[in-house]
Design a protein around this ligand. Structure first.
Ligand SMILES: Cc1cc2nc3c(=O)[nH]c(=O)nc-3n(C[C@H](O)[C@H](O)[C@H](O)COP(=O)(O)O)c2cc1C
Length: 488
């Protein structure tokens, strides 16, 4: 090969490389087609646009990729590429099938065939073609119509306010808004929606709305609004901002729901719940009520030391023969209510009443160290309280109190008519202290005495026989020690 021939071959190679570089740089779909009906060369935009690999595109006649509806017309255009009357490019649009089965609109400029080759440039104009098409316009109209129908059918109020105008007036309200508020569109368009507010409208909710509007943010509030006829309703209002393509706030859309019925039901439910809560707390200590609400089954807890009190109204049975039953029960109710108040005052748990007896305990359900002291103070106050009732009834009855300190198991058992109760030997002994006591006196065991002897005054009763326990030394609690005597 002579040198001039080598040079021209090198030139040719470098020109072809430059052309290839342009070919791949183009944002358009470029191709070279041969007159056998196949693609010969394609740039990579084909792959990114249609999803096929270039090998796949080259393996089939290009007509296979054309939308069936566009084939006849495409062939017409193709015929023109063979007529070499002018070098003007042939221009048309047709749809090419993507690998995922969808189609894209390509806008073509095709050269005529020369030396068996035709050159093509195509642009993906799917969006433009679709948006400009009659089908798109029809679909759009259908869509808008459907949206209007949905907004009309909505049972919540839908409003639009123009955020670009002073004081953000309403520019649209749907029919439900009229149903909820009683205002027709003609009456409200052009006004700010605050006309629904009134004297009792919750101001923090309005402040929240104002802050959201200022920040261009979403916000949901529940506030009291007033209908055209002046009647109030609870409005669950959500406002949401609408921004344009340049991120400028243009509108707010508001959704109004009349939730008055729900608020009424919730209020009634809350009142009922409070009532039943109060009732529950009347029969159970609060921590136990809480535990019981959360778990089912027995709730029993061991306490190492609590102080138990039994008080019996002695002489009540004869009283019952003198008084009509209703009056008698009313009287008993007054006494026990006074004891209940004392239990509360001393932080003592009332356990139950058994006929004309009253039972209480200190040191549970929350453990506390001063349980014996609290019970002793309660017992002395009970004696004091009973003197008022004695005055009413001419001292025809007295109170006999027994106290013991020891371990118990406390809790709720059963599933019906349950109460918080105590079990254990210490409970039986406390009951014995009462039944083996003397009217008008408070009998305590040594266990209780040992805890109280420094602060309270006692008289030793001595040993008494206690059923099931043998001999037990007991004491009479007679009063509180004065500070002076405690120091001496
Ligand atoms: C789209 C939209 C709907 C609104 N709908 C109600 C409504 O139903 N009831 C209401 O009390 N306030 C509604 N508001 C709030 C008031 O129009 C007003 O923004 C709010 O009272 C706080 O502003 P102000 O302090 O200027 O009154 C709506 C606001 C917007 C933007």
């Amino acid at each position: 090969m002579n040198s001039s021939c080598e040079e021209s071959e090198q030139n040719l190679a470098s020109r072809s490389a430059s052309l290839q570089a342009f070919f791949n740089l183009s944002p358009d779909l470029l191709c070279i087609r041969s007159n056998d009906g196949y693609f010969q060369e394609l740039n990579s935009v084909w792959k990114t646009t249609l999803g096929w690999t270039l090998e796949e595109l080259r393996s089939y006649p290009w007509l296979e990729f054309v939308h069936p509806d566009d084939i006849a017309f495409t062939l017409d255009m193709e015929r023109q590429c063979y007529i070499k009357v002018s070098h003007t490019p042939i221009q048309f649009k047709n749809r090419y099938r993507c690998r995922d089965g969808s189609y894209r609109w390509l806008s073509w400029r095709l050269s005529t065939y020369e030396n068996g080759l035709s050159y093509g440039i195509a642009q993906d104009v799917t969006e433009n073609s679709w948006r400009g098409s009659e089908a798109y316009r029809t679909e759009l109209q259908e869509m808008v119509k459907l949206r209007d129908q949905a907004i009309d059918a909505s049972s919540v109020g839908i409003t639009i306010a123009d955020a670009r105008l002073p004081d953000m007036p309403l520019i649209y309200v749907n029919p439900a808004f009229e149903v909820i508020t009683g205002y027709s569109p003609a009456e409200v368009l052009g006004s700010n929606c605050r006309f629904l507010q009134g004297e009792k409208t919750h101001q923090p909710a309005v402040t929240e709305l104002r802050a959201a509007i200022k920040a261009g943010e979403n916000c949901t509030v529940t506030l009291l609004n007033y209908r055209k006829d002046g009647t109030p309703f609870w409005n669950e209002l959500t406002i949401s901002p609408i921004y344009d393509d340049d991120n400028r706030l243009t509108h707010f859309v508001g959704i109004q729901a009349d939730i008055s019925a729900r608020v009424r039901a919730e209020t009634a439910l809350r009142i009922e719940k409070n009532k039943s809560e109060k009732l529950l707390l009347n029969i159970l200590p609060q921590p136990i009520a809480e535990q019981l609400k959360q778990s089912e089954g027995s709730l029993a807890q061991q306490f190492d030391a609590v102080t138990i009190l039994f008080a019996d109204i002695v002489g009540f049975t004869p009283l019952s023969t003198q008084m009509p039953p209703l009056e008698l029960i009313n009287f008993l109710n007054q006494i026990f209510s006074a004891f209940d108040q004392l239990a509360q005052k001393h932080g003592v748990e009332k356990i139950k009443t058994i006929g004309d007896a009253y039972m209480a305990a200190g040191g549970l359900p929350i453990m506390q160290d001063n349980h014996a002291e609290a019970i002793a103070n309660m017992a002395l106050d009970m004696q004091q309280a009973i003197t008022h009732f004695q005055a009413q009834q001419g001292e025809s009855f007295q109170i006999r109190i027994g106290i013991n300190t020891g371990p118990v198991v406390a809790g709720v058992i059963g599933i019906k008519k349950f109460i918080y109760d105590l079990w254990g030997d210490a409970v039986n002994v406390a009951s014995r202290m009462e039944s083996l006591g003397v009217p008008g006196k408070i009998q305590v065991t040594t266990a209780t005495y040992e805890r109280l002897k420094d602060k309270f005054a006692f008289e030793k009763r001595g040993a008494i026989p206690v059923k099931g326990k043998g001999e037990m030394t007991t004491y009479w609690l007679v009063g509180r020690k004065s500070i002076d005597s405690m120091n001496s």
